[in-house]
Each structure stands twice: as C-alpha cells, then as structure tokens.
Design a protein around this ligand. Structure first.
Ligand code: PHE
Length: 343
C-alpha cells in the first residue's frame, strides 16, 4: 500500500501541475482528491487492515492528501495571477497618440507669404523697414496729405486708441505711415518695402478681416516715372504668382499719391471667370499705388523739384489667398490645424 500511495501521490501531483487554467485545475483537483480518486480508493482499503496498521496507513494517506491540497492551492494562486495579468494586458487602453514620423511645427502661411514677398523685393534691391502698429494721426494721415476732416479719411475705418489728445493715436489702418518714418530717417535714394500688420473696423467676409497684413513699397530717386511703378508691379506679381496671373491698373484716388491707381490681379480662385470670392468680376484688388504727392515729400523735407518717387501698398493675406486658392480669408485667423498643416 505504501508503494501504491507513492505512485498515486506522484501521479496526482503531475496531474495538478499540468493544469494550465484555473478551470482545468478545478477538474484535476476533483480527479485526484475527489470521491472517485485513486486516493479515495486507497482510503477505502484501510477498513480491511488491522487497527495498528490502519492508523499508520491512515496517517500516511492524510499526509499525502494535505500535500496535494496545498499543491492545488499553490497552483491555483499561480494560475489566477497569470490569468489576471493576461486579462489586464488584453484590456489595456493605449492612450498615447502615435503619429507617423516626427511632426514639426512651421511658420504660419501668412508669415511664409510675407517672407516670400520680401525675398522678391530684396531680389530687386529693396531694403525692408518696419514701423509701429500704434501710430500717430500725423504719420498715418496728416503727413500723407489728409488734412483733418478730409473725406478720404472716412475710407479707412480707423480704430482710435484712448491715448493722448482725442483721435491723436490709432491702430494704423495702412502701412503708409511707415513711408513717412523711412523718409524722415534717411535721405533719398530710397528703395524700401515696409511689411506689417494693419487694423480696420471692417466686418469680416470672404475677402476682409479686421486685422490683416500689408506690404508698403516706396521708391524715391531722381527721374522716377509712372512707367517704373507699372513695371515694378508687373515684375513682382509675375515673380510671386507666376504665369497665368495678370495685373491691371485702374485710376483711383489716394491723397498721398498723384496720379493714383488701384492694382488688381486675375482672381486665382476662378482663373478670371468670376466667382463668389471676386464678386463675379474675375479680378481681385490687391492694393493701391501712385506717384508720391509733392505735399508728402514736403512734409518730410524732401525737395520735390529734385526727387520723385512712387509708392504702393497691398495685402499679404490677399496674396496668400490668391496664390493658394483660399476662398475665404477668415480661415487664416482660425488656427485650425487641419488648414494650417497643409502649408
Ligand atoms: N495705403 C493704401 C491702402 O491701404 C494703399 C496705397 C499705398 C496706395 C501706397 C498708394 C500708395 O489702401
């Protein structure tokens, strides 16, 4: 019986060890420790033994049963732990956002456009100048030949600042005051562009936002003519927009230039056919230009008999809009990553 017990215990131990799930282990436990187990069979044989012998064999059997029960409990703990680990692994939520490749930020489209336009003019020999966004009335209007109460002032929906005398300080509605600052700070010849942010009390629509960017251009030299101005506009629109986009000049009025013109380019959204963005005209106004008015040269102490010049000013945002076929300008200010990341 001792030999039988050793064999039975060994077999039972192997059977418990072999269980690979908690469920299999439960079945194995019933098999090796239950009523119909080999161990129970040995128990049944005890009755036939002499009392002394029965006691000794009984103790051996109980020892084996205890060891097997302990083994089963140990094995159950192991299996439960590994099953739990597997379940947690399967249920794990991966909250890290994995994006293909490194993602880098980049300059906003308007800044990129400003840089490209600057490159075009720097390539033509211009310097780049800047001026303040909060300006004086004098630099923005007075020195540019808009006397107080001049009707052309109302064409600029100016935002005034609560600073100094009433209406003496404003958010510049155009970059033309920088012309004045450049002419005050250096003698001619001048070939300079002046990019920057401007503000107007405009109601936003497909072509307008209340804050936008302009590039002003100023040339003051000997013998400068309107032909030089027209050629410069042609050269820069051709260089920036490429073939297929044409520029045209139309007579206009600005107090600080005489004669003055508006310049328009083919609407790139509809290739000149007419669409919502260009109000069906096929042309988009890019800016204004003209020959610097003698009163403006006089305001900064430049002799209008000896020098002449031209000036122009146009929207950078408008250029980006046309170059990239953006039908609504308001999206430039939305900061929508789906839009921004396209450029
Ligand atoms: N400052 C004018 C505007 O904002 C544009 C302009 C600039 C016109 C230079 C003539 C000369 O509309």
């Amino acid at each position: 019986m001792v030999d039988d017990l050793e064999h039975v215990e060994k077999q039972a131990g192997m059977r418990l060890d072999a269980a690979s799930t908690v469920e299999e282990l439960r079945a194995a436990e019933t098999e090796v420790l239950g009523k119909r187990s080999a161990l129970a069979g040995l128990h049944a044989r005890l009755g036939a033994l002499a009392p002394e012998e029965r006691k000794a064999q009984g103790q051996l059997l109980n020892g084996a049963r205890t060891r097997l029960s302990e083994l089963a409990a140990e094995r159950a703990a192991e299996l439960r732990a590994s099953e739990r680990a597997a379940r947690l692994e399967a249920e794990r939520l991966d909250l890290t956002e994995v994006l293909p490749g490194p993602r880098r930020g980049h300059l906003n489209l308007v800044t990129q456009t400003r840089d490209e336009l600057e490159d075009v003019f720097v390539g033509m020999g211009y310097t780049v100048s800047e001026g303040p966004e909060a300006e004086t009335d004098w630099h923005s209007f007075e020195a540019l030949n808009f006397p107080k109460g001049h009707p052309a002032r109302s064409g600029f929906d100016t935002l005034y600042l609560d600073w100094g005398d009433p209406e003496s300080t404003l958010l510049r509605p155009h970059t033309s005051p920088v012309q004045i600052r450049v002419m005050q700070s250096q003698p001619p010849p001048i070939y300079s562009i002046m990019p920057g942010k401007v503000y107007r009390k405009d109601t936003p629509d497909a072509r307008h936002t209340a804050s936008f960017n302009q590039i002003e251009g100023l040339v003051v030299d000997k013998g400068i003519t309107f032909g030089d101005l027209a050629g410069t506009i042609e050269a820069f629109t051709g260089a920036y927009f490429g073939a297929g986009i044409h520029a045209r000049l139309r007579p206009a009025y600005f107090p600080f230039t005489e004669p003055s013109a508006e310049f328009e380019i083919t609407c790139a959204i509809c290739a000149g056919a007419g669409c919502r963005t260009c109000s069906g005209t096929g042309w988009i106004e890019l800016g204004g230009c003209g020959m610097v008015h003698p009163n403006v040269l006089a305001a900064v102490g430049i002799d209008a008999e000896a020098w002449s010049g031209f000036a122009f000013g146009f929207g950078i945002d408008r250029c980006a809009q046309m170059r990239h076929g953006i039908s609504d300008m308001r999206i430039l200010l939305d900061n929508d990553i789906r839009f921004i990341s396209q450029f």
